[in-house]
Design a protein around this ligand. Structure first.
Ligand code: GLC
Length: 469
């Protein structure tokens, strides 16, 4: 279907998905497809609506984004957190909906306690901050973020995410499935996507906080530390693979080279064959004795737009897209993770999750909603050509396939076996990508101009030896 007709169709369907409370639109349902049973797709998910927000903002419909921000703000856990079975102070829900059978003014929110496998929505607070910043930029309304209520909310978020961990690294330690990939996929610990969203959200908080008090300073310091930590430990290219092979093993003490004690035997064969000489990317996860070499799209793309990756890394990442197009984009944008887990590894890592079979759903399926981060990343790196290619691929399929949530398949792309159609963030991400092609300034909603200076604030005695810097 031609671009304009497709955009009109997407808007019709998105309008139909609006969630209202007391007569005001406060978000959109994840999907309006009821053919597979609604499950929880009739709810407004915080991360899904955050991806939908720029389409509304660029269409001068800032009101729905404002009301979404106000709604989620009211749902932030204000107190408690010392007891089990209650959300920690500062947490925001994964999703909400008007209370079924209620008075039309009350909300029902899920902080993970109703979700499949009871996963925690760590990312909701980040999506809220990133969306507040985009709203402020696009609407010109700086007042909302400056209200005392919102300022307190930002501080509560910072308190939640900057404290309360057992370890001393600048990255965030999270449980399995705590973000967009919300089923077991070996993404516990320090998954890249959470670190990238964390970084972007800290940048947003730094920009939106008024007054130069403690939380702002702490956010800025964490940004500098996170930047250094990710550059040092997550970046993968041919040189870093060689270095990994040379580093010492089982080193004990303060100044060691192989901080995470990664064994070169754990470097998978596929990465050696797959990674082109002039390209690179950020690893999916790092932890004791562990590098997850899988390529996760969202974490890498947000790292580009938020400046967690430096300019050279960003260019090489887009080169990877160019040179491995069939694997990472192909017939429908964009692959969520490459490669898929298979065989015994799939069984152990996913717990034999049939929905996450090889090249399906989170395990190597293709998700149109990822156009949301691909578009500003392509613009930021001057690779509009890649964005045009991805949008052209989307236009061949999305309307005809009725806007699936995701596609299955290693080479081809068929709408996912269990995919909902009429998926809101698939439509809105396409609309945003089109807006970025029409006017590259649209990418600025999720970009920052200045760099964050990387800084190592760890006491000198804990620093790794200079050769790993
Ligand atoms: C699935 C996805 C999650 C999304 C939700 C609603 O659970 O894994 O990322 O937010 O559906 O679309």
């Amino acid at each position: 279907m031609a671009g304009n007709a497709l955009e009109a169709q997407a808007w019709d369907l998105l309008n139909h998905a609006r969630v209202t409370l007391g007569g005001r639109a406060i978000g959109v349902r994840a999907s309006t497809d009821e053919s597979l049973g609604t499950l929880n797709y009739d709810r407004c998910f915080v991360r899904d609506f955050a991806v939908c927000a720029p389409a509304f903002l660029l269409r001068n419909e800032a009101g729905i984004v404002r009301d979404f921000l106000v709604t989620v703000n009211a749902l932030q856990a204000r107190e408690g957190g010392l007891r089990a079975y209650e959300p920690r102070q500062g947490l925001m829900p994964a999703s909400f909906r008007p209370m079924p059978g209620g008075d039309g003014h009350t909300l029902d929110a899920d902080y993970g306690e109703e979700s499949i496998a009871r996963v925690t929505p760590v990312d909701s607070v980040f999506w809220w901050l990133i969306t507040l910043r985009a709203y402020t930029r696009a609407s010109g309304d700086a007042e909302l973020a400056r209200t005392e209520a919102f300022q307190q909310t930002i501080r509560r978020i910072l308190h939640l995410v900057l404290t309360g961990s057992f370890e001393m690294f600048p990255t965030l330690l999270v449980p399995e499935g705590s973000f967009m990939i919300d089923r077991r996929m070996g993404v516990y610990g320090h998954p890249l996507e959470v670190q990238s969203l964390f970084f972007a959200a800290l940048r947003a908080a730094d920009e939106l906080l008024t007054g130069d008090d403690g939380p702002g300073d702490a956010a800025r310091e964490r940004l500098r530390n996170l930047r250094l930590h990710v550059a040092r430990h997550y970046w993968l290219d041919r040189t870093t693979l060689d270095r990994l092979r040379e580093e010492g093993r089982d080193q004990f003490g303060e100044r060691v080279m192989n901080v995470y004690n990664v064994f070169p035997e754990s470097i998978p064969r596929w990465v050696e064959e797959w990674l082109p000489a002039d390209a690179g990317y950020l690893a999916g996860n790092i932890g004791p004795g562990r590098i997850d070499f899988r390529f996760f799209a969202q974490g890498n793309l947000v790292a580009v737009t938020a400046g967690l990756a430096d300019h050279d890394e960003a260019l090489r990442l887009m080169k990877l897209y160019d040179e491995r197009w069939d694997d990472l984009v192909g017939k429908a944008p964009l692959r969520i993770v490459y490669p898929a887990l298979k065989g015994e590894v799939w069984k152990v890592m996913t717990g034999a999750d049939a929905k996450n079979g090889p090249w399906q759903y989170h395990n190597g399926g293709r998700w149109p909603c990822l156009l949301w981060s691909f578009a500003p990343a392509a613009i930021a790196t001057g690779r509009t050509d890649l964005l045009e290619r991805a949008v052209a691929a989307a236009e061949k399929r999305l309307g005809e396939d009725r806007w699936p949530e995701y596609y299955d398949g290693r080479r081809g792309a068929r709408p996912g076996k269990l995919a909902r159609r009429l998926q809101s963030w698939s439509m809105a991400a396409y609309l945003y990508a089109k807006a970025c092609l029409r006017d590259p300034a649209a990418a600025d909603l999720y970009r920052w101009d200045e760099d964050v200076e990387p800084e190592d604030a760890t006491p000198a005695r804990f620093r790794s030896s200079p050769s790993t810097a």
